[in-house]
Design a protein around this ligand. Structure first.
Ligand code: DHB
Ligand code: MG
Length: 214
């Protein structure tokens, strides 16, 4: 079904396809978002009219490129990556996609980098996409709230994990991180949020979408 949708609705794009294959050289799992999901993120950014975007977790730059392509002239996307080798690969893909002029890559532990963005000219961000290590998602959400304003969107990937997230006794630290994040969202008066499950080429997972309301 994803192949059918991608063929019909997602235009061929060699630079994006390169970024999607970034896992091959590193012999890593295929963890970028799917083409249909990438276009969904792109459309969310356009619907929001985002001029500034923050991404936590660059990996090979696949979602970075989709989101950067949603920016108007003069827009900025800041993306944070911990693994130097991923950031280096992403830099090549971002350049090849022709969006390097609007993407600023930062490397380091996101929880060390995020405090430095508080006074950044790109902040507050119109959209934050969280797609990094799962145990720290609650802390990334807290930072996303600090670095956004009313009307901003916060999108978080991998909040279903094959349904593991519904298991209150699950031992995995990532699953527990997602559960703690969802509980924070539920108790957070400054956002209105939902979570949508997704199924397709990347298995069964999901996104949380939160609108900052105050
Ligand atoms: C993993 C990370 C992701 O961001 C994803 O979308 C899928 C899997 C992982 O670390 O296994
Ligand atoms: Mg992900």
């Amino acid at each position: 079904m994803d192949a059918y949708i991608d063929n019909l609705l997602v235009a061929p794009d060699p630079a994006l396809e390169d970024a999607a294959r970034a896992n091959v050289g590193f012999e890593l799992p295929d963890i970028a978002v799917s083409p249909a999901q990438g276009k969904f993120l792109h459309l969310l950014a356009r619907i929001r009219g985002a001029r500034t975007i923050l991404e936590i977790g660059t990996f090979g730059g696949y979602s970075t490129i989709w989101l950067a392509r949603a920016l108007p002239a003069g827009g900025t996307l800041v993306t944070i990556e911990y693994e130097e080798s991923f950031a280096a690969a992403a830099a090549g893909h971002i350049a090849r996609a022709g969006v390097a002029d609007r993407v600023r890559q930062l490397t380091g532990r996101a929880l060390d980098v995020l405090p430095g963005l508080a006074g950044d000219p790109a902040a507050p961000f119109d959209l934050v996409f969280v797609d990094a290590n799962k145990p720290d998602i609650p802390e990334y959400f807290e930072w996303a709230l600090k670095l956004t304003r009313t009307g901003s969107l916060i999108v978080v990937d991998n909040v279903v994990q094959g349904g593991a997230v519904a298991d209150p006794g699950h031992p995995d630290r990532g699953v527990r991180g997602v559960r703690r994040f969802l509980e924070l969202v539920a108790d957070e008066p400054r956002v209105e949020a939902t979570t949508l499950q997704t199924v397709g080429a990347k298995g069964h997972d999901g996104f949380t979408l939160a609108l900052v309301t105050g």
